[in-house]
Design a protein around this ligand. Structure first.
Ligand code: DGT
Ligand code: CA
Ligand code: CA
Length: 582
């Protein structure tokens, strides 16, 4: 599929135009890029079927951009992009991966220091050549070095959200082969860790050769590292590696247990086996020479005197003890979620209308969808002020009337679905909110989050967030620690104090399910649960396909030992309404 390749070029055209301070156009390119990036349908197939006209039907793709996409599919190039790139031959994707580096910075660094890629940037920063440039300070240079260090730390790992759809696709294809008797993903992907080193797949097959043939010649395979009868290893075009192992049916459970990990979890389980005079490895559990179990994971754990442990818990963080004592948590399950309380429409920086977002939410079986646009402080994201919030309320009321008519709902659940009107407001430097109380009061509920000034001193940041928690019109704190995976660390704040305040004032913390955020992380979720602080899991969707990020957030909640009762959007519409209208 060429969707991602083309999306990347469109992003870059947007960046180039932004460097030249062209108005509006950069936004149009970026918007089209996001849509293409997330689109499940193959853009090439759409074009081959219906030509340029069918490309223009894709939301966000106008005539001009459609022409360029067609050019790429026909020739493998976009002339307009090549021209822009020839003028300024910089590696945009590499440079913008560094926190704080945007198009204007790239332009300036190229013009003054001939910086073209990450290596150039690092060298220049280390030699302190950046701090003297107009508009750059010592601090900027330090931040750049910090950003590069952060990036290097995460090199070679991939976001779960980026690769999970493809892993599911691979599993589906392999499962369909008649030679495959059993199949499961193992490793960090099965544990749903937020980043993945490589993907490990296990199968049972009596005739592995055709399976291996198929595996190494699948669409999207870039390199074949190894191909054998019991193991093959490939690199996918997106850059990640994928291993396929064939194991014996009688060893499938112990192999799955072994290759699911994590390593420390395995070491701990092996110790328990030794304590019982047994031997545990990927082939089975042995008493002397005799194999006594191995076919299923359940049986492996049972012989060790343990309850079966959900893969998301297998991080050697106390799950072994809990399992031995029969005290494992009853984790929230993927079907427990009844609605999503954080998403954006084209009223601010989203790509779809409220109606389109709600339609998808209904098809997902939700009872409610909270529309929470950015607010006025975030001008670049087209944040809403009090007046536009009031206008939006009217539209939402009208749509809700429409949703009351049962024939409109594909599920026929008249009156069971409601759009809630919220907002994702900004916590300003002093802890106040960028929307006045009167407008906040009109909303069904309000979210507040930090979107600026991440580098405040710890105490000041803590006070800033605490003030927002105490604000009677704020119900939820969005992405509470502010981390961006592979880009920036969480901001400094006293999280324990934030938890105590949230508990005292009955406020909710968000588990933001965006693949790059997953914030709260597992450890903070677990701490919140221990403190009795309630949470919600939100997709923070900016278009209809983002709503499915919910799965990543649920995985994170499970990794944080959260149960259904800890997560409030497992509750029905009427309970949620009661909660907010207290
Ligand atoms: P990743 O790929 O870095 O995201 O993380 P994993 O957990 O998928 O690790 P990987 O792919 O190196 O190995 C898959 C599993 O195999 C791992 O979770 C546990 C098991 N494993 C690998 N190496 C060892 C080892 O040296 N000792 C033990 N006990 N288990 C291991
Ligand atoms: Ca792995
Ligand atoms: Ca591996």
């Amino acid at each position: 599929m060429k969707n991602q390749e083309i999306a990347q070029i469109l992003y870059e055209i947007g960046y180039f135009l932004e460097m030249e301070e062209v108005k509006f156009k950069p936004f149009a390119y970026q918007k089209a890029a996001i849509i293409l990036d997330d689109m499940a349908k193959d853009i090439e197939a759409i074009y081959k079927q219906g030509g340029q006209k069918s490309l223009e039907k894709i939301p966000g793709v106008g005539k001009n951009i459609a022409k360029k996409i067609a050019e790429y599919i026909e020739t493998g190039k976009i002339g307009y992009y090549e021209k822009l790139k020839a003028k300024m031959p910089v590696k945009i994707e590499e440079l913008t991966a560094v926190e704080g580096i945007g198009p204007k910075t790239i332009k300036s660094l190229y013009e003054h220091l001939d910086i073209k890629d990450l290596q150039d940037l690092k060298k220049a920063a280390e030699k302190h050549k950046i701090r003297g440039l107009p508009g750059f300070q010592k601090k900027t240079e330090e931040n750049i070095l910090q950003g590069i260090a952060f990036l290097e730390k995460s090199r070679g790992r991939f976001l779960l959200g980026d690769i999970l759809p493809q892993v599911k696709e691979i599993l589906k294809k392999l499962k369909a082969l008649k030679e495959v008797k059993q199949i499961n993903v193992a490793g960090s992907t099965r544990r749903m860790k937020e980043t993945i080193g490589d993907v490990d797949i296990l199968i049972v097959s009596k005739k592995p050769q055709p399976v291996m043939d198929f595996f190494v010649s699948m669409q999207g395979v870039e390199k074949i590292w190894a191909k054998g009868n019991t193991r093959s290893s490939i690199r996918m075009k997106q850059g990640f590696d994928c291993d396929l192992r064939v194991v014996r049916e009688k060893s499938y459970g112990s192999a799955l247990q072994y290759f699911t990990g994590c390593k420390e979890h395995n070491i701990a389980t092996r110790k328990i086996a030794i304590g019982k005079g047994l031997k545990l490895n990927e082939y089975g559990i042995f008493q002397g020479q005799k194999m006594i179990a191995g076919k299923t994971e359940k049986e492996v754990y049972r012989i060790l005197g343990m309850d079966w442990i959900e893969p998301e818990l297998r991080e050697n963080q106390g799950e072994i003890k809990a399992s031995l004592e029969g005290k494992l948590p009853k984790l929230i399950i993927y079907r427990n979620i009844k609605g999503d309380l954080h998403c954006h429409s084209n009223w601010s920086d989203g790509n779809n209308t409220i109606e389109e977002m709600a339609g998808t939410a209904i098809r997902m079986g939700y009872q409610y969808l909270g529309i929470t646009e950015h607010t006025k402080f975030l001008k670049i994201d087209n944040g809403l002020d009090e007046k536009r919030l009031a206008q939006q309320r009217k539209e939402i009321n009208n749509l809700n009337k429409k949703f009351q008519v049962s024939s409109f709902l594909p599920t026929g659940q008249a009156g069971k679905f409601q759009i809630l009107h919220g907002a994702e407001t900004n916590i300003l430097n002093n802890g106040s909110i960028d929307i006045n109380d009167k407008a906040l009061k009109e909303l069904d509920y309000a979210i507040a989050g930090i979107h600026s000034n991440f580098k405040m001193p710890k105490q000041q940041m803590t006070e800033r967030i605490i003030k927002a928690i105490k604000n009677p019109y704020i119900h939820i704190i969005a992405h509470p620690t502010g981390r961006i995976l592979q880009k920036r660390d969480r901001y400094e704040c006293d999280f324990e104090k934030i938890l105590r305040t949230a508990k005292e004032f009955g406020k909710i913390l968000e588990i933001n399910a965006q693949p790059r955020r997953l914030d709260l992380n597992d450890q903070y979720i677990r701490r919140a649960k221990e403190m009795g602080v309630k949470m919600v899991i939100n997709s923070d969707a900016h278009n209809i396909s983002h709503l499915k990020f919910m799965e990543l957030g649920i995985a994170q909640a499970r990794r944080g030992w959260a149960e259904k009762k800890d997560i409030l959007n497992t509750q029905s519409l009427s309970s949620i309404l009661k909660l907010f209208h207290r």
